[in-house]
Design a protein around this ligand. Structure first.
Ligand code: PFF
Length: 459
């Protein structure tokens, strides 16, 4: 077998070997910049605790059922996210759901690689001691001068793409699986250390109140849509990523239990990140609504305020880079699995073509903080547009079709078979509730949220 065929066979029907492996891989996709960067900054922009509450409701009642649905589709079809629909419903347009998924993977990568580049560069910035000589309150200047440059951010974005591509081409999913298994717990421990420091800063309590005391007057249709979009983005659902990973899950695994574990652990990581960031924001007088820059301003500030801070800071950014890389690998795997299985491309060509498109169009996102900052499309910079379109529109629309497909096309018997491993697991009651949710509750709720978020209906 030549290396190309070997690699494509490897990706094609590789499967995760243990339950822990399944959890590590799926959690490795979910945990990423969404937790440490997007969740805190969106919470800051959308009014704090009320947003967190909405987010939790969206995760449990919508995101989780969509994840279980994707696992069911993937494991039953054992194919990439487009072929899976074709296999289960031949000659019907359902496969377009998978096509939307592949497009979403590109849209997300356009801006995700930009932010991941910031994280990579912060490993070197913190190691070089840039933050040693400045006051905690000046970390904002370091960040804004970095992202308003052109070549620095572009360079790091491409470094990120090269790293992710090499891992995907080498097909070392196993290595990544093993790496995430060891490194995610370390990230967790470091977050707890940050939390302890942040929570003991003078004035920290305001940050905790901000995160946990809901002000329901902040909730609008657009805010609900953002919370729902974030839940999809966070859990990597609505776009075929969990369908692709589901196709690598063995027949003996407990799908609903794994999905629940991913949703809960992922949410815990987000809350821990929020607890590190908001107390710091208030302690040093930063603005909670600072937006995308929040992580890069507050984390250096919090580490500056502790002994051996520089070492912890470097470690923190290394682990964040690893978390981001785990998520990007799953994002790149979506088109690569599709191109190799459906179009019969080699794994290398599929990866290189996808990465070149991601890097090429991604330039627009990266330059949104410098030369293209005044170029607006529908009132948004390219960065914000890719972010908004992917999370709020593509993932949510994808989510509706995934629910409808599982609830109505596959139907109750298939759901019971897949979720109970053909009657071996005793979860019939929970699965009847699940069937009701994916048939009626989730699609209707997503649809209403979508219409109200877009301003088409008003309450
Ligand atoms: N869940 C990842 C994060 O929160 O960073 C982002 C992501 C990965 C979104 C994979 C979608 C996806 F398919």
């Amino acid at each position: 077998m030549n290396i190309k065929t070997e690699l494509s066979t490897y990706t094609k029907r590789e499967s995760f070997t243990t339950s822990l492996g399944v959890l590590a891989a799926t959690l490795g996709s979910a945990v990423g910049l969404g937790n440490i960067w997007k969740f805190p900054f969106m919470t800051g922009q959308n009014g704090g605790a009320a947003f967190v509450l909405l987010y939790l409701v969206c995760v449990l009642f919508i995101g989780l059922p969509v994840m279980i649905s994707e696992f069911i589709i993937g494991r039953r079809a054992k194919a990439n996210c487009v072929s899976a629909f074709k296999k289960l419903e031949p000659n019907k347009p359902w496969y377009l759901t998978g096509v939307i998924g592949v497009l979403s993977a590109f849209l997300i990568m356009f801006f995700y690689t930009d932010v991941a580049g910031w994280v990579y560069s912060y490993i070197f910035k913190s190691a070089s001691g840039v933050f040693n000589t400045i006051k905690p309150t000046e970390t904002a200047n370091v960040f804004s001068s970095f992202i308003s440059g052109v070549w620095g951010p572009l360079f790091w974005q491409w470094v990120v793409l090269v790293v992710v591509s090499i891992i995907i081409i080498a097909g070392v999913t196993n290595g990544i699986e093993r790496m995430t298994k060891t490194l995610l717990p370390i990230l967790f421990v470091l977050l707890v250390i940050c939390d302890i420091r942040a929570l003991t800063l003078p004035g920290a309590v305001k940050g905790v109140v901000y995160l946990f005391k809901p002000d329901l007057s902040k909730i609008t249709g657009a805010v609900v849509l953002s919370a729902l979009g974030l839940a999809f983005f966070k859990l990597s659902v609505g776009m075929g990523c969990m369908t692709t990973y589901g196709s690598y899950i063995g027949d003996a695994e407990n799908l609903p239990r794994n999905a629940l574990r991913v949703a809960l652990s992922d949410t815990l990581v987000s809350i821990l990140a929020g607890l590190a960031i908001f107390p710091t924001v208030f302690a040093f007088g930063f603005k909670p609504e600072a937006g995308a820059s929040l992580l890069f301003i507050t984390i250096p500030a919090v580490f500056k305020a502790m002994p051996f801070g520089q070492i912890f800071m470097v470690l923190f950014f290394i682990l964040s880079a690893i978390a981001a890389t785990g998520a990007m690998i799953s994002l790149l795997e979506v088109p690569v699995a599709y191109f190799t299985e459906q179009w019969k491309w080699s794994r290398t060509s599929a990866t290189v073509v996808s990465a070149v498109i991601m890097g090429g169009v991604g330039v627009l996102a990266t330059l949104s903080t410098s030369v293209l900052s005044k170029t607006l499309v529908f009132g948004k910079t390219f960065f914000d547009l890719f972010d908004y379109l992917s999370s709020n529109i593509f993932l949510t629309v994808g989510g509706i079709f995934i629910c409808l497909f599982v609830g109505w096309k596959l139907g109750k018997q298939v759901i019971l078979d897949e979720a109970s491993n053909h009657g071996i697991l005793n979860n019939q009651t929970v699965m009847s509730v699940f069937t009701f949710v994916v048939r009626y509750v989730a699609p209707v709720a997503i649809f209403i949220v979508l219409l109200s978020g877009l301003g088409i209906i008003k309450f």
